[in-house]
Design a binder for this molecule. Structure first.
Ligand SMILES: Nc1ncnc2c1ncn2[C@@H]1O[C@H](COP(=O)(O)OP(=O)(O)OP(=O)(O)O)[C@@H](O)[C@H]1O
Length: 515
């Protein structure tokens, strides 16, 4: 009997070619990490087995970092490399001046945090140069055909995002990986606010046809500009809309908060985000349409916040040069000021709130977030003003009025350094609902208690008696008296009277959920 774990090599060796189900596939002896391994090509990737009969068992090799299989889906590419022998290799019996290898570029997951991917290489040495070259070509071709890998992307780099390291992140971490994977990139360094928005919104049909995706190297503000530009193309009504529907969005975190990349990938590592793009991962993300009473329209995929978080955004803007620390300093100041604001809120409660999966955090292969939608479904929906959606569901609307320290409308979990599980840990990337958080007027100490609870538990129904957490599908907020500002995905809105509605799984992104 053939076992799948702890295979005894003697068992393997006694398998005749006729008995071996993989005997028809290509098979060669390589040296990996100093051990002889037999590598076979299967449909899903490379299957590795011990290459010498005197080795005791496979589990010994496994512990030395030799995997049993390397999936094409997890390979960036494979290349042929020639290396000179070191002096000691020549001294101990090297007959040729060079070593030949098939180098497989893949990734490994961090032990404690599986969602963190780091690039890794496996060098399969082979005595026959032609054999190694042929393997590298075959493996690279198979990897390229696996998944939905992009061939060409538009990259917007904000040199002023976060602590100003976006250019460095692009040059040192992302560009080399894209080049290795054969992805062509048109790179644009943003020169001013809204540059990325107009770059996408004004793209010609020909330009859009040449891309498979658009990548933001910066913070949430830059991603939001690209998202809004893309939605602008979708809703333009011309021939570009259909072409733009195939474009996926990617976020390489290089800003101050990076909630988009963090929520999509569970980490703020740029290399992880780049690997998701290169490997062609794909899923759809919810977005929220925010309609201002002044006629402005904006799409958001993280949150809209009024009161405390709006004040932080408004008052921290002049200190952008300080980088992310500006939010902490302004946040402390706003807490001491302890302001609250009057508002009337009308909302439509979300359907299916009690479903069990909606009560568990969003993960990789999330059953809630498996929906993906076509542009034909989403365009009419995206055209519909949120006020109209609220009017259509007027019979189920609820209205509350009061004085609030903070009003938040959250779309996705909004993970960040401050809260690893997310501001709203039970929100999903694509569940078609919003989380409305109303923090009623309270003392500064009580508000501090609310802030302190966020990193531990995030916002949850029943968390504190002065905090209401409600699942909704649409909300309108009408402030009165002294007003704060709306902070929508890290950008300020001009108008404070807004109506919002969620649009389910409309944005295609390079991600596959948090592992
Ligand atoms: N060259 C530029 N000069 C000034 N502002 C720019 C430039 N390029 C882009 N911007 C603007 O900077 C704003 C913030 O950028 P970004 O989101 O990349 O960083 P951040 O605000 O530090 O990070 P986060 O949004 O994650 O907190 C964006 O709204 C964008 O419009």
């Amino acid at each position: 009997m053939r076992k799948t774990r702890g295979i005894q090599l003697s068992d393997m060796d006694t398998l005749s070619d006729a008995e071996d189900p993989e005997s028809q596939s290509k098979s060669t002896l390589f040296t990996l990490h100093g051990q002889r391994v037999r590598v076979k090509m299967t449909e899903a990737g490379l299957s590795l087995s011990p290459g010498r009969s005197n080795t005791r068992c496979w589990s010994c090799r496994y512990s030395r970092g030799i995997p049993r299989r390397v999936l094409f889906a997890e390979m960036v590419t494979a290349v042929f490399e020639v290396e000179s022998l070191s002096w000691w290799e020549r001294l101990f019996g090297g007959t040729q001046p060079h070593k030949h290898a098939m180098v497989v570029h893949t990734f490994h997951r961090a032990r404690r945090k599986r969602c963190q991917y780091y690039d890794a290489t496996l060098k399969f040495y082979c005595e026959d140069a032609d054999e190694a070259r042929e393997w590298a070509t075959l493996v690279a071709g198979a990897a390229r055909e696996t998944g939905h890998r992009p061939h060409s992307v538009l990259v917007a780099v904000n040199p002023h995002g976060g602590s100003g390291k976006a250019k460095q992140t692009w040059e040192q971490t992302v560009r080399p990986l894209f080049m290795l994977a054969g992805i062509q990139s048109k790179v644009v360094e943003t020169q001013h606010m809204d540059h990325a928005y107009s770059l996408v919104k004004d793209s010609t049909l020909q330009e859009l046809q040449s891309y498979d995706g658009i990548v933001a190297v910066g913070g949430d503000g830059l991603f939001s500009e690209i998202l809004n530009g893309l939605i602008g193309v979708w809703t333009s009504g011309d021939a570009r809309a259909a072409v733009a529907s195939k474009l996926r969005l990617g976020h390489i975190p290089a800003g101050s908060t990076d909630a988009v990349a963090y929520s999509l990938n569970g980490t703020r590592l740029a290399i992880t985000a780049a690997l998701h793009i290169v490997l062609g991962h794909r899923m759809h993300l919810d977005t929220m349409r925010v309609d201002g009473a002044d006629g402005s329209v904006k799409a958001a995929c993280c949150y809209a916040a009024y009161g405390y978080m709006g004040d932080i955004m408004k008052h921290s803007e002049p200190y952008r040069k300080l980088g992310p620390v500006r939010y902490t300093l302004t946040g402390a100041f706003m807490l001491l000021r302890g302001r609250s604001y009057d508002a009337r809120i009308t909302y439509v409660p979300a359907a299916g709130e009690s479903a069990e999966e909606l009560q568990t955090p969003c993960r990789f292969d999330c059953p809630v977030c498996s929906a993906s939608r076509t542009l034909a479904d989403t365009i009419p929906e995206l055209h519909t003003p949120s006020t109209e959606i609220l009017a259509q569901t007027a019979s189920s609307c609820k209205t509350v009025e009061g004085r609030y320290m903070s009003i938040m409308i959250i779309v996705t979990p909004c993970r960040s350094d401050m809260s690893d599980k997310g501001l709203s840990p039970l929100s999903h990337l694509a569940d078609g609902r919003l989380t409305l958080v109303l923090v009623k007027q309270c003392s500064k100490a009580e508000y501090l208690r609310f802030l302190a609870a966020i990193p531990r538990t995030g916002v949850r129904a029943g968390m504190l008696k002065y905090v209401d957490v409600i699942n909704v599908s649409a909300v309108s907020v009408t402030p009165s008296g002294r007003e704060s500002s709306w902070n929508v995905d890290g950008e300020l809105l001009k108008c404070n009277r807004i109506a919002t509605a969620v649009h389910h799984a409309v944005i295609p992104v390079f991600a596959h959920g948090v592992e």
